[in-house]
Write a protein that binds this ligand. Sequence first.
Ligand SMILES: NC(=O)c1ccc[n+]([C@@H]2O[C@H](COP(=O)([O-])OP(=O)(O)OC[C@H]3O[C@@H](n4cnc5c(N)ncnc54)[C@H](O)[C@@H]3O)[C@@H](O)[C@H]2O)c1
Length: 380
Amino acid sequence: METMKLAVVAETIPGENRVATVPDAVQRLIGAGWDVHIQSGSGVHAQFTDSMYEQAGATVSPDVESVLQGAVMVARVRPPSVSEAAMLPEGTSVVSFLQPAADRETIKVLMSRKVTAYSLDLLPRISRAQSMDALSSQATVAGYRAALAAATMLGKFFPMFMTAAGTVPPAKVLVMGAGVAGLQAIATAKRLGAQVRAYDVRAAAKEEVESLGATFINLGLETQEAAGGYAREQSEEFLARQRELIGKEIAVSDAVITTAAIPGRRAPLLVTKEMVEGMEPGAVVVDMAADSGGNCEVTEAGSDVLVGRVTVRGLSNPPSSMPTHASFLYARNIASFLGLLVKDGEFSPDFDDEIVSGTCVTRNGRIPNDALSAAVNGEG
Ligand SMILES: NC(=O)c1ccc[n+]([C@@H]2O[C@H](COP(=O)([O-])OP(=O)(O)OC[C@H]3O[C@@H](n4cnc5c(N)ncnc54)[C@H](O)[C@@H]3O)[C@@H](O)[C@H]2O)c1
C-alpha cells in the first residue's frame, strides 16, 4: 500500500495567522490513513506548537523543501504564490482556498507542474459537503468578529441597562447581508443585547433573520437570486434604489455591519459617503466586504477611516484575527474533504463525484472545467 504523505506548509502571506491543520485534526487524518507532516512553526500564530503536533502523531519537518518531498497531498489555507506553486513536486495535489479569476498566474504554474489543485472556494454547497464547507466556517468566524468589533468601537453599550443612575437604551445595529457571516453577526449582536435589524436581497433571508429574533427590513424591492441560493449580481439601477431606501435606516443606526457579497464579483456598494455623513457622531460602520472592494464607499481594507465623527472599519481577513478556532474549523473541513479522496486506505479521488470534480481547478496540465478555464483566461 502506498504511504499517503500529507504535507502541511506554513502560510506566508503577511497577517495570515491560520494553519491548515491542528493537532485535533491530525489524529483524525492519521485515523483515515494519512501520514501527516507539518512544516516547523506552521501553527505558531494560531497557538499550536510543534510539540503539540508531534504529540498528536505528526512529523515536524524543518523547512518547506523537506515537508514537500514525496507528498501526495499538500494542505494550506491561502493559495500558493507563483514561487510556492513552482516548488510543488510534479504530479502532487494541493488543497486550499483558490480563486480562478484572482489567482491566474499560480494556476498556470500548477498546470505546468501537472499539479491537481482543489479549491474550497468552489465547493458545491450541497448537504453532503457541509462538513467540508470552509467558506461557511470562516464566514462564521468573520461574522462573530465583525459584531464584536462594532461593540468595542462604539462608545455605547450594546444591551439595555436599567441602573440606579438611569436607563440606557440598547444600541441599534443594522446588518446588511444576511448570509452565513451576517447571520452570525446578528446572533452575536443579539446575544450582547443590541436591537438588531437586517436586510438582504434573498427572500429566504427574512425567515432566517427572524428566527434569530432580529427584525427584517423589507424595502419592497424585487429579490435578487441566482442559482444555488446565492444573490445574483445586481444592476446599478437596483443598487441605486436600494441605497435610496436604506439611507434612513442607516441614519438611525449606531452600528452598521455590512457583509454583502456576490460570489466571484466585486462587493456591491451599499453605503455611500453621504450616508455615512448622515449618521450620528460616534456611530460606526464595520465593513466585512473590505477585501473584495467594500460595501461602503470610503472603506479601506485593514484601516479605520474617519468621516466626520463616524468611523468606518474595513475588516481585512477577519477569520485570521481569531486564528485558533478559525484554524480548528478549517482543519476539520480539510480532514473531511481529504476523507473523500481516500478509498480503503488508498489515495483515489473519484472525478465522477460532484464534490471532487466541482472543486478541482487543475488536473493533468489543464483546467477540466470549461467555465473555470474561461475565467482563468479572462473570458469569464
Ligand atoms: N447548503 C449549504 O451547504 C450552504 C452552505 C452555506 C451557505 N449556503 C447558502 O448560501 C447563501 C449565501 O451564503 P454566503 O453567506 O456564502 O453568501 P455570500 O458571502 O456570497 O454573500 C453574503 C450575503 O450578501 C447578500 N447580498 C448580496 N448583495 C446584497 C445587497 N445588494 N444587499 C444586501 N445583501 C446582499 C447575499 O444574499 C448573502 O446573503 C445562503 O442562502 C446560505 O444559506 C448554503
